[in-house]
Design a binder for this molecule. Structure first.
Ligand code: ZN
Length: 318
């Protein structure tokens, strides 16, 4: 969804000060974010945590570290956390799904709905199943008020709800994929050239009614602008859906899936193997959109995380 007029304002971060959002602040209409991964302690690369070999047919087009610096040992809602595993771990599950592994760490998404405190994953070891916990800090997301001209897009009719349910089965089939080959890196190129508009995680008020938070990142780009694969992968699904219009999913390996919404044209089909930079389609305004833009979402184990954490370069906000 394009942000046409924004009630969003950001409060500058204070390095080192990790303030918890107060209940009052959570209800402020112009609240901003207090915590970013950039403030989190960074950890040296342990000797055992070498990058897995890239899957066959997935050349690394640029020399990128496997883990972007934004991924640390502490998580926040919408973020990603790197959790050290017991040495003899044979399988690991997070949020009920197999987790991506990197050396002796699990790379774990933290759902936007997670509460600050602690999270946990399950590691299967020779001694049985072990719960491994990690810390989740608060992160406040801004509120965004949007006006949608067609009320049916805000309050779907009964037949729309049936379609939304059918859509969701296909969407989950693509987002739930777990291919054994690991991604070559978690670091992503921008899929379009253009400024960012609506950030990830904004709490949305559509025509005065609260709706699900924004689970992707929007780029303000005109209809027809080319969209390219930000990383090698396999097209995991192509469909036309009520909310996101013409949509493409790419599976990059081990539950790392990216999604592209509102396309005016799709240039790929399910099963296509893409290299980084290959064409996916063109920007449009299909589905529930206030105007042309790219809605870009990133999933780990079917949990949406902030795509900006994985971008190699940060596009400017509009
Ligand atoms: Zn969006």
């Amino acid at each position: 969804m394009r942000l046409t007029r924004s009630a969003t304002r950001r409060v500058p971060q204070h390095a080192g000060a990790r303030r918890r959002a107060t209940a009052a602040a959570m209800h402020s209409s112009v609240l901003a974010l207090a915590i970013l991964m950039a403030q989190l302690p960074t950890h040296g690369q342990p000797a055992h945590a070498r990058a897995p070999a890239p899957a066959q047919g997935q050349p690394i087009s640029t020399a990128q570290p496997f883990l972007p610096a934004s991924i640390g040992r502490v998580g926040f809602p919408g973020g990603i956390v790197r959790v050290p595993l017991p040495p003899d771990t044979t399988a690991v599950s997070a949020n009920g799904r197999q987790a991506l592994r990197y050396g002796n760490d699990a790379i774990v998404p933290v759902p936007l709905t997670a509460q600050p405190g602690s999270g946990s994953i399950e590691a299967t070891t020779s001694a049985g199943t072990v719960l491994v916990t990690f810390r989740i800090e608060a992160r406040a997301y801004a509120e965004q008020r949007l006006t949608i001209a067609n009320p049916r897009l805000v309050d779907p009719a009964p037949e729309d709800l049936r379609r939304i349910e059918r859509d969701q089965l296909q969407i989950d089939a693509a987002r739930d994929r777990f291919s054994p080959a690991p991604p070559p890196t978690l670091s992503l190129a921008a899929p379009v050239r253009g400024p960012l508009s609506s950030p990830f995680g904004t709490r949305r008020i559509l025509n005065g009614q609260p709706r699900n938070p924004h689970n992707g990142l929007d780029f303000a780009v005109p209809t027809g602008a080319p969209i390219t694969a930000p990383l090698a992968g396999e097209v995991a699904g192509v469909g036309n859906y009520f909310f996101t219009g013409n949509t493409v999913f790419i599976d990059h390996g081990q539950g790392f899936v990216t999604m592209y919404g509102h396309l005016s044209r799709v240039d790929v089909k399910t099963g296509d193997r893409l290299r980084e930079g290959d064409a996916i389609g063109r920007v449009g305004a299909t589905g529930r959109a206030t105007g042309p833009h790219l809605h870009w979402a990133v999933y780990l184990g079917n949990v949406a995380v902030d795509p900006k954490l994985l971008l190699r370069t940060t596009p400017r906000p509009r």
